[in-house]
Design a protein around this ligand. Structure first.
Ligand SMILES: Cc1ncc(C[n+]2csc(CCOP(=O)(O)OP(=O)(O)O)c2C)c(N)n1
Ligand SMILES: [Mg+2]
Length: 317
């Protein structure tokens, strides 16, 4: 979990750097600061379990086992990317690892995860679907519809709210009168749990209970992880709407630094091992970046590839 969090952090720092060099088409929403959520949840998932993701989805992909090189290539608009550039930063999918897709439509992953849960139930397997979404998404209609349906049908879904206190520049307390998103779980008759989302072990343990409950066929859980993004909402948003003392307090709670300290304190890692893991994560990101930058852009005619049915298969139908 430590090395995965490092990889996500360095990956996002690299994406930010590349964005500054005008190498990333479109926009970016960085996951830096929120790594413990994706990593702590996905550490409980099997390869054949499903996840749905958001516009802030690079970290979810990496934590679920996506290849760094194809992820970076997709973000940089190269034809070797996961979706051959049909997705870009906000719509990466890899069905082979159960990554059902990220989406730019806030809250749209919630009913999709409920649908994945229904498919699991109909197939009779013990898979689980985990659904990542933000505090802002929890005010969408899809939140109510998706969670209510999953609750009444006891679907194997873990709804993971990444509460980073803001939806773009809108503070959560100005659009919600309950303190915790997880408090809303009682209206669906399911467990609601709030944890420190910058503590990877707290996330891991709470997700473990929720995932196992879902696997046993006992239904969904709403797991809220309180966290904070290191940067603004997207691109160069300077996030001037965030009070300075609030930013400073959260920087002190950085998930990676805290977990590293804990691992050193308990002698699970020593300084040399930490240095080696940091270097290894940086190297992996560099390798993926090199692969992406050396990959060609798609040709214009490829814009319609994988969009329309081939004539032959259309005739067969
Ligand atoms: C349905 C919809 N409404 C509005 C937007 C514009 N928008 C993009 S991200 C965002 C904020 C989402 O906030 P939150 O769910 O808390 O996720 P965070 O960005 O904090 O991770 C909004 C309003 C959108 N993409 N889709
Ligand atoms: Mg938010």
């Amino acid at each position: 979990m430590y090395s995965q969090m490092l990889t996500i952090r360095f990956f996002e720092e690299k994406v930010f750097e590349l964005y500054g060099q005008n190498l990333v088409p479109g926009t970016i929403h960085l996951y830096a600061g929120e790594e413990a959520v994706a990593v702590g949840v996905c550490a409980n998932l099997r390869r054949d379990d499903y996840i749905t993701s958001t516009h802030r989805g690079h970290g979810h992909c990496i934590a679920k086992g996506a290849q760094l090189d194809k992820t970076m290539a997709e973000i940089l608009g190269r034809k070797t990317g996961y979706c051959k550039v049909k997705g870009g930063s906000m719509h990466i999918a890899d069905f082979s690892i159960g990554m059902l897709g990220a989406t730019a439509v806030v809250g749209a992953g919630i009913p999709i995860a409920a649908g994945a849960g229904l498919s699991i139930k109909l197939k009779g397997t013990d898979q689980v679907a985990a659904c990542f979404f933000g505090d802002g998404a929890s005010n969408q209609g899809t939140f109510h519809e998706g969670i209510n349906l999953a609750a009444v049908w006891h679907l194997p879904v873990v709804f993971v709210c990444e509460n980073n206190l803001y939806a773009m520049g809108t503070r959560q307390s100005s659009v919600m009168l309950v303190e915790n998103v997880a408090d809303r779980a009682s209206s669906y008759g399911i467990p609601g749990v709030t944890v420190d989302g910058n503590d990877v072990l707290a996330v891991y343990e709470a997700a473990h209970v929720a995932v196992e409950r879902a696997r046993r066929g006992e239904g969904p859980t709403l797991l809220e992880c309180k966290t904070y993004r290191l940067k603004g909402h997207s691109r160069y948003d300077p996030a001037a709407y965030r009070p300075k003392d609030e930013v400073e307090a959260w920087l002190k709670k950085d998930a990676i630094a805290r977990f590293q300290e804990r691992l050193l304190e308990k002698s699970i890692l020593n300084d040399a091992e930490v240095r080696r893991m940091v270097q290894q994560a940086k190297n992996e990101v560099e390798k993926a970046t090199k692969f992406a930058l050396e990959s060609p852009f798609p040709e214009a005619r490829e814009a319609v590839h994988d969009v329309y049915a081939e004539e032959e298969s259309a005739q067969r139908r």
